[in-house]
Design a protein around this ligand. Structure first.
Ligand SMILES: [Zn+2]
Ligand SMILES: [Zn+2]
Length: 146
């Protein structure tokens, strides 16, 4: 069995940074979206978020569900769930699609998604345009002159 097929057949786990909250969900996602909208930029403090949309909504909290706090932006369908201790993003139910949204960065393994896309790219900040990022030098840690 290929690694992808193996992962698709099973569950994938995730947790917050402090470890107080953990969950499990089918490793079977419709989309992996890299969203560059202004709301995601502010919420993440970075250029984009990376969210998976669950095909099966099979989310099970393994621990710490009582620590999960949800924020819904008034006036539009925009939400975030996070650990009240360490503020890491966590899965939530989308009011818009009724699907469980899973922040890719909190997963333990490689997610299997049917389609990947960058969305709201016209709202990407200049400092995070892909052409600019591709030209930057890369280091295993900080640059030597840091
Ligand atoms: Zn935490
Ligand atoms: Zn967004």
């Amino acid at each position: 069995m290929s690694q992808d097929a193996e992962a698709a057949a099973g569950k994938i786990g995730g947790q917050c940074l402090c470890g107080a909250v953990a969950f499990e969900i089918d490793n079977d996602f419709r989309f992996l979206f890299y969203c560059y909208c202004e709301q995601c930029r502010r919420l993440s403090g970075s250029a984009h978020i990376a969210n998976l949309s669950s095909e099966t909504n099979s989310l099970v909290w393994l621990r710490g569900q009582n620590l999960v706090k949800r924020f819904d932006l008034p006036g539009r369908n925009f939400s975030k769930a996070f650990c009240q201790t360490c503020a890491s993003p966590l899965p939530y139910m989308s009011n818009e699609t009724g699907r469980i949204i899973v922040p890719a960065g909190c997963l333990e393994g490689e997610p299997v998604a049917k389609a990947n896309a960058r969305i709201f790219t016209h709202e990407a900040p200049h400092w995070a345009e892909p052409q600019i990022l591709a030209r930057l030098p890369g280091y295993r840690g900080y640059p030597p002159d840091y």
